[in-house]
Design a protein around this ligand. Structure first.
Ligand SMILES: Nc1ncnc2c1ncn2[C@@H]1O[C@H](COP(=O)(O)OP(=O)(O)OP(=O)(O)O)[C@@H](O)[C@H]1O
Length: 456
């Protein structure tokens, strides 16, 4: 195979895998050599190589073969100008808070992070189509070495495995490179640390501490929206670490651009690196997770029997999130251990009646509008009218807020249902209710009561 053969194969790949995939993954490949069926390419990052091999390997071989050369293996190695390995920090400078010591997840209190869950490792993370890119990116960061994306931003709905992946990265890094100072904490903990440092006049220590880590992971970053000083400090920490070539990993329940109340400069920083979405699980992934969990239970209960039929039923019926799925399985495992025999489908119906009912329930925007009207005693026609008086505007904002939180509808779709309003009006309404909930207990109570009524 020659450079020319590769040129023709590339051209064919462009039409077979689509322009976007081609530009992102194939175009940057640099053909280096061909020897005895092995084609060697340079890549900028190992992640790129892994990804291309896994997703387009067969197609690449096929297109090269169509051009008359036979390739049995594709090799991807790092180009000379690939990004340098992130620096491992020198022994930490002594900071008076005495919280900086060498990190080990087992002595988790040495850095001001949250404890890591022993179960949240890569081995225990089941990969399927919905989470494969997030998993590949997390694995890549956990390998250490040159990473071309910083930060890695993981986002997705509740219970889809963001925290699990972040902990897995921390465990893996601490095993491969124990000298690395890896700090994992929630955005809420970041804020409390910051407030504490302000109160105790220890801002210099705080800054030194956060700037001395090699890898910073902040979970649920949406928490800092609307909290201006925390955002400011986060922004400076972020920049300082990126400038030093340190890796940052962030998670949130939404994409950076959709986090209301987050300053534009932070949104744009968060989008610098790789933004990956954990999609809602599909049937196959849920079934895979259930099988894996049953195996784990068997480590403690070797006689545990839960039939495939029951697992398939659960994977089919409980699609909301993995946490709920795990909860259901926990209950069944406890039941099986208690009665000492195999669980039947009938028993599943009885013992999981509440979970199954909740999973069947899908709240619609119409229902939210109707229940909100009843609750505030306004008419449906008012909600979609242009009226702006407070007694109409507030219920409308509340209904929009609930629609955003309780359904999968996008901002433009919700706007459309409320008398063809623009999506920015919905964003404003959601933000407004979030602010009011924090300041006004009556609004918080209204939101909670309505949510319960809708989910009952
Ligand atoms: N792909 C998976 N394989 C195995 N377990 C999973 C997977 N996805 C999620 N889980 C499990 O589901 C539970 C919830 O996951 P996790 O806490 O990581 O969710 P999250 O996305 O961080 O949710 P939240 O937004 O509520 O913080 C955990 O017990 C986790 O181990």
């Amino acid at each position: 195979m020659t450079e020319e053969t590769w040129g023709r194969a590339r051209a064919a790949l462009r039409s077979s895998i689509g322009k976007n995939n081609f530009t992102t993954w194939i175009e940057p490949l640099e053909f280096v050599s061909y020897d005895d069926g092995v084609a060697e390419f340079h890549v900028k990052t190992l992640f790129q190589g892994d990804w291309v091999k896994r997703n387009f390997g067969d197609q690449i071989k096929q297109e090269i073969c169509n051009q008359g050369a036979e390739v049995t293996r594709l090799n991807f190695s790092l180009a000379k100008d690939a990004m340098p390995r992130p620096q491992v920090s020198k022994p930490a400078k002594k900071v008076e808070t005495a919280e900086i010591k060498r990190f080990s997840p087992d002595t988790k209190d040495e850095l001001p992070g949250a404890p890591l869950d022993r179960r949240f490792t890569f081995d225990r993370f089941v990969v399927g189509k919905p989470n494969e890119l997030a998993h590949a990116a997390a694995r890549r960061v956990a390998e250490g070495g040159p990473v071309s994306f910083n930060p890695l931003f993981l986002y997705g709905g509740v219970g889809l495995g963001k925290t699990h992946l972040m902990h897995a990265i921390a465990w893996e890094l601490s095993e491969r490179s124990p000298e690395l100072r890896v700090l994992y904490l929630s955005a809420e903990q970041f804020m409390y640390r910051f407030i504490q440092a302000l109160r105790d006049r220890q801002m210099i220590d705080f800054k030194q501490l956060f700037r001395s880590v090699d890898v910073l992971m902040v979970d649920d970053v949406q928490f800092i929206s609307g909290k201006d000083s925390t955002q400011d400090e986060f922004f400076h920490t972020f920049n300082a670490l990126v400038d030093q070539g340190k890796q940052i990993i962030i998670s949130a329940d939404r994409a950076p651009g959709e986090i209301d109340g987050l300053e534009e400069r932070i949104k744009s920083r968060l989008q610098w690196g790789l933004v990956v979405d954990l999609h809602p699980t599909d049937y196959e992934l849920r079934l895979g997770i259930l099988h894996q969990k049953v195996e784990q239970y068997r480590e403690h209960y070797p006689n545990l029997e839960i039939s495939n039929q029951v697992l398939e039923f659960l994977a089919h019926r409980i699609s909301s999130n993995v946490r709920v799925l795990e909860g259901a399985l926990n209950r069944l495992a406890a039941l099986a251990a208690l009665i000492g025999r195999e669980i039947t489908l009938e028993m599943v119906h009885d013992s999981l009646a509440d979970i199954l009912r909740a999973s069947d329930k899908k709240v619609t925007v119409d229902e939210i509008m109707r229940k909100t009207c009843d609750y505030y005693n306004v008419r449906m026609s008012d909600l979609i009218s242009p009226k702006r008086s407070r007694n109409i505007a507030r219920p409308r904002q509340m209904a929009m807020y609930l629609a955003k939180h309780l359904t999968q509808r996008s901002y433009p779709e919700i706007g459309k249902r409320f008398g063809n309003r623009d999506h920015t009006t919905v964003i404003h309404a959601v933000r407004k209710i979030e602010e009011l909930k924090a300041q006004d207990s009556q609004v918080a109570e209204d939101a909670e009561l309505l949510r319960r009524m809708l989910e009952a």
